[in-house]
Design a protein around this ligand. Structure first.
Ligand code: MG
Length: 272
């Protein structure tokens, strides 16, 4: 047991980026052999960082009811025609009963269309059959522009490192609260995203920023990404130049379900 704990803390059990890879059932609850996050006092994936408070969301909220009239519907319950595998081949996740489900080991899927600044609505359900722990339980993720991950995880009575929880900016910032519903229950996930910008000389003039509301609870409020998301590493905007990209969903090997996905460009005032 002690060996397991030691291995967990030193990250020997999980060194993988876990993109499209089935993860082990016994996942570590954090790492202390990782670098300190710039501007913070915590290690990347620090298990000792304070756990976000648990908030029980309201029984009902606005979801499952379609999209606003000007939204681009990315999934209406029927097919994955707006999606593709991240290598460009057809998406192979399973569509049934108005939702789609991760098909483990088939890889991440992403929208064919690219976006910049937007409002995104997603609904998800963690696997009803609970399996694994920490990051090995109900793990997926929403990759904004394909590289800024806001985490999807079954955080109902499941301890993991705070910067990897539901609604975290993965490896960067924990969510403000933990409003997870029970496995199998549908949950709403709303994102307002502002893409990063560079000037004509290639200097970063605006970092990516995100607001996240899960089950009606604000988890991030215009939080700036430190750079594209990494596992066990610090990040930066070095080498990044893109202000547009797809919405990608992570195949972490768990049977996470999604439905009612739509997106709206943010638009500008005085330019209706
Ligand atoms: Mg994830």
């Amino acid at each position: 047991m002690q060996n397991n704990s030691f291995a967990a803390l030193t990250g020997l059990l999980c060194g993988c980026l876990c993109l499209g890879v089935s993860c082990h059932a016994d996942s570590p609850v954090g790492y202390t052999d990782t670098p300190i996050i710039p501007g913070q006092k915590w290690h990347v994936h620090d298990p000792n960082r304070p756990q976000p408070k648990i908030v029980t969301p309201a029984e009902t909220f606005s979801h499952g009811a379609g999209a606003p009239s000007d939204a681009t519907v990315l999934f209406d319950g029927k097919d994955l025609s707006k999606w593709q595998h991240s290598n460009g081949s057809p998406a192979r996740w399973k569509v049934q009963n108005g939702y789609f489900e991760v098909a483990p080991k088939t890889g991440n899927i992403q929208t064919k269309e690219e976006f910049q600044d937007f409002q995104l609505h997603v609904e998800f359900a963690s696997p009803e059959v609970v399996k694994g722990n920490s990051q090995g339980r109900g793990n997926s993720g929403i990759f904004l522009l394909g590289q800024y991950e806001v985490q999807v995880l079954d955080c109902y009575q499941n301890i993991t490192y705070p910067d990897g929880q539901l609604g975290a900016l993965y490896g960067q910032y924990p969510p403000l609260a933990n409003p997870a519903k029970k496995p199998g229950e549908w949950q709403s996930y709303d994102v307002i995203f502002e893409a990063p910008r560079w000037d004509t000389n290639g200097n970063l003039i605006k970092k990516a920023a995100v607001t996240v509301i899960v089950n009606g609870v604000v988890l991030q409020h215009r939080r700036e990404f430190l750079g594209p998301c990494r596992h066990r590493e610090n990040t930066s905007y070095d080498g990044v130049k893109s202000s547009r990209g797809p919405i990608a969903l992570q195949d972490h090997g768990d049977l996470v379900r999604f439905r009612n996905i739509w997106i709206r460009p943010l638009g500008e005032i005085d330019k209706p």
